[in-house]
Design a protein around this ligand. Structure first.
Ligand code: CTP
Length: 395
């Protein structure tokens, strides 16, 4: 069930409802009368996907159906987005004076609230204390973002993005990876030559981020180590940003042993300039040819697997193989044994088939066999992780 309260951010419930219905969920919308001052019933009704029923917010119509109890009983999850300061205060006090507040009070399923309000209201001690109380009672809060508010002002209190609310909801519904901690590396490392230049690669980070989001959808607690990725790509994911291979290696070492699965999707530079300079090399001084001496970076995946195994960690490790070949399976198998990981996701990067694209085709290899997947990077990530999760359940 999606509850919508009367704030300017109510318009964002439209894409949120669409995400739920497109994922195959039956959505019941309970909006307050004030919410309908910000978003029209027609907009909600027009959303495609599974049937969406919009329940009349008037508590005193169809009383024979005892709407609030029927709604509370039928919901697997209640998500209130946006949740105004007034709604949060009512919820904290157990006030039940309309269909939404009565339903929320009667609900025994998990409840998620996504607050949205002006910064002053969000930071007011009353709201701070209401949020603390709700957290203690087991309500999940999707933290508001810092950004543009109504009018000219900016600050904390902007409704979280629909994708983030949706992912939190999926995690709360439980899934094959619920209770598991998944660490994902994504993006491409950059190795400085001087203050202005670096050696990098074509990785867009899309596949790695798709794995992080898919793991969240499947119920995992996810952390991302992002090498040179834009904030817009990683929004809503708990992210540590790094740039060089060494930084990525350090960030990974810091998390040692704290995860059940490592998805090593980052494209790590195999070599780095031996003597990067902090000033800028001048073309007039370098002439027509520049020779940059390179030294090998450590193989982070190999080192991580070694240290995990030495510490008797049972973490499942998924390595990636970027190969410019159509004999993916045999090359993936070579990498599986060279790296010591549990799975290798191999893709053919030749002719610009993968980097930066939204669709992909991969082979997943482990010691017992192989499987092929194709589709959007998001779908592929979800299918791969579902298979691995079911293998984890069987072992
Ligand atoms: N990897 C790593 N550290 C490196 C290089 C790669 O941890 N210095 C990891 C990548 O994150 C990926 C896997 O190893 O999960 C394979 O990376 P890939 O670039 O396909 O292969 P390489 O190991 O670099 O081998 P080659 O370039 O010979 O194919």
């Amino acid at each position: 069930m999606v509850g919508v309260t009367g704030g300017i951010a109510a318009y964002k419930c439209a894409p949120l409802i669409r995400l739920f219905s497109e994922a195959g969920h039956k959505v019941q919308v309970v909006a307050t009368n004030n919410a309908f001052k910000f978003i029209g019933k027609t907009t909600l009704e027009a959303l495609s996907g599974n049937p969406i029923s919009i329940v009349d917010p008037d508590l005193f119509t169809d009383v024979d159906q005892v709407k609030h109890i029927a709604l509370a009983k039928s919901a697997d999850l209640v998500v209130v987005a946006p949740a105004t300061a007034s709604f949060l205060a009512k919820m904290t006090s157990g006030i039940a004076d309309d269909l939404l507040t009565t339903t929320v009070l009667a609900a025994t399923c998990p409840v998620i609230v996504a607050p949205a309000m002006h910064t002053e209201m969000w930071e007011n001690k009353a709201t701070v204390s209401n949020i603390e109380t709700l957290k203690l009672r087991g309500v999940t809060i999707v933290w508001p973002a810092v950004g543009r508010l109504t009018g000219e002002d900016t600050g904390a209190g902007r409704l979280a993005e629909p994708e983030e609310i949706f992912e939190t909801a999926m995690a709360a519904l439980g899934g094959p990876l619920s209770g598991k901690r998944v660490l994902v590396t994504a993006g491409g490392t950059r190795e400085p030559i001087d203050a202005a230049r670096f050696i990098g690669n074509f990785s867009s980070g899309k596949q790695g981020v798709a794995f992080a989001r898919a793991a969240k959808l499947l119920g995992a607690e996810v952390e991302l180590i992002a090498a040179n990725l834009d904030d817009s790509l990683t929004s809503g994911l708990k992210t540590t940003s790094v740039s060089t291979a060494l930084e990525l290696s350090n960030a990974l070492a810091e998390k040692s042993g704290s995860y059940d699965m490592l998805v090593m999707a980052a494209a790590v530079a195999d070599y780095k300039p031996t003597d990067p300079t902090s000033s800028k090399l001048k073309r007039s001084e370098m002439g027509e040819q520049l020779n940059v001496s390179l030294v090998a970076n450590p193989d982070i995946l190999v080192e991580t697997v070694k240290s995990l195994r030495a510490s008797a960690s049972k973490a499942v490790v998924i390595g990636f193989a970027a190969e410019a070949s159509d004999d993916l399976e045999s090359l993936a198998r070579v990498k599986l044994s060279a790296k010591g990981c549990d799975y290798v996701v191999a893709n053919d990067i030749s002719d610009g088939k993968v980097f930066g694209r939204d669709n992909t085709e991969i082979v997943l290899v482990d010691k017992s066999g192989s499987n092929k997947f194709q589709g959007s990077k998001q779908t592929v990530a979800k299918d791969v992780l579902s298979l691995i999760a079911s293998n984890m359940g069987q072992s």
